[in-house]
Unconditional design. Structure first.
Length: 188
């Protein structure tokens, strides 16, 4: 994984691959078993005729669209409960843009396609997994160079002062501080 902070970190560096898929004519029981066996929270649904991704079934879909409705799972096909179309992103898109897209669409997973072929899946969990590493590298680089990191786009993570999660962290004297704590520092 390339963690060069002078450039942008891109989706390809954090995505999961290969993608776990299941045919659109399969039952939700098969989808749930696949998810359980692989310890994953979603499967990509592919078309029976051309194998192209047509949607996604998540744990939430199983709960809200099958279990909560009292439907018999073995009688339900994944194509009947999948979220469609599958939202996709290019592997060279920045993680920042991927997070923005997930937030805008209110989703937690994006398919990653390259030249029209599904190559991976990027999830909010994948992004959170790499954030501590990025923050630690930035903090260490700041200590080595004895200066603050350049200002620019804000980071996402936990504030070094209050410990709360923030989508607007900035480097201040080698620490990543949320907007509220920065405002308190200015007032003091």
């Amino acid at each position: 994984m390339d963690l060069d902070l002078t450039g942008k970190m891109v989706v390809r560096e954090a995505m999961s691959s290969p993608v776990v898929t299941i045919g659109e004519d399969r039952s939700v029981v098969e989808a749930a078993k696949t998810m359980s066996d692989r310890s994953i929270g979603a499967v990509i649904i592919v078309s029976k005729k051309d194998g192209q991704p047509v949607g996604i079934v998540t744990e939430r879909d199983l709960v809200f669209r099958v279990i909560a409705k009292g439907t018999v799972p073995k009688d339900v096909k994944v194509k009947d409960i999948m979220s469609s179309p599958l939202r996709v992103i290019d592997p060279d898109t920045s993680l920042e843009e991927a997070m923005r897209m997930m937030g805008r669409l209110n989703i937690r997973r994006l398919g990653v396609t390259y030249k029209g072929k599904l190559e991976g899946l990027i999830t909010d969990k994948d992004i959170l997994r790499v954030m501590p590493t990025l923050i630690e590298i930035a903090r260490e680089r700041s200590r080595i160079h004895g200066r603050s990191m350049p200002t620019g786009p804000s980071l996402v993570g936990y504030c070094d002062v209050c410990g709360l999660y923030s989508t607007n962290l900035r480097s201040v004297s080698g620490e990543f501080i949320c907007e509220d704590c920065r405002a308190e520092e200015r007032e003091a």
